[in-house]
Design a protein around this ligand. Sequence first.
Ligand code: NAD
Length: 258
Amino acid sequence: MPDLSGTHGLIVGVANKRSISWAIAQAAAAAGARLALTYPSERLEENVRELAATLDNPLVLPCDVGNDQQIADLAAAVDAEFGGLDFCVHGASFAPADALKSPFVETSRESFRIALDISTYSLVGLTRAVVPLMEKRGGGSILTLTYLGSDRVFTNYNVMGVAKAALESSVRYLASDLGPKNIRVNAISAGAIRTLAASGISGFSSILQVYRDKAPLRRGVDQKEVADAAIFLLSQDSRAITGEVMMVDAGFHVIGGV
Ligand code: NAD
């Protein structure tokens, strides 16, 4: 396993024990990193604190990624405690429920705005806030989570697909901006996994079944498998990789049709 000992990481996107970001947090801690975790609202604070309590000396801080002040306060608090930052995981996404069950053509301006703000712009805002912390370490690694719905149509994924397309493009622009500072920006495109976010997508079970039927490995993936790939991208083992969308999906993306 890649070594993260002596590093500090910020992980945004833990809601509960099924969260992909929580699997990444556990793997990063096991690889030796000290972590800061965030919660977006009081409703989720207790969940995140309970999970964080199983880690070694974590920081737990509020951050609604739709709020610039909270992002700035988060970066300041992390800097005050860690004196810089080596990696950051962006695992936040949200779209209003109505946008994930009606035909895409029905997407309202407001649902579109919210989905792109919380799921996409937040990567830009968060990245900008952590750049000065990473500069103190001579570089860093930023990782976000995306889905193949950016490129292909999955029933009811709708505006999240549009948000993920913009997210993947943002990864490339950020990688270009920040490469000269030795800050890398990558994404993992994970296969479908049953999580809180996924439960908002009507008919999600049938997407899971398609992976079992069609993916080259004839199965889906789990959080731990995504986390193992994430640790590689967060570590120095991937030091020459930036602007990349790595597929961790049992090979599903190579399948054309029947
Ligand atoms: P999840 O529900 O556990 O994680 C989504 C997180 O976004 C939650 O922690 C939630 O609190 C957070 N969030 C929502 N609004 C926020 C806000 N305003 N501020 C801060 N945080 C906010 O579900 P997950 O499946 O682990 O999702 C993590 C990421 O992985 C998402 O970007 C998702 O799109 C992506 N992804 C998921 C799958 C899947 O099948 N589950 C597949 C590929 C990619």
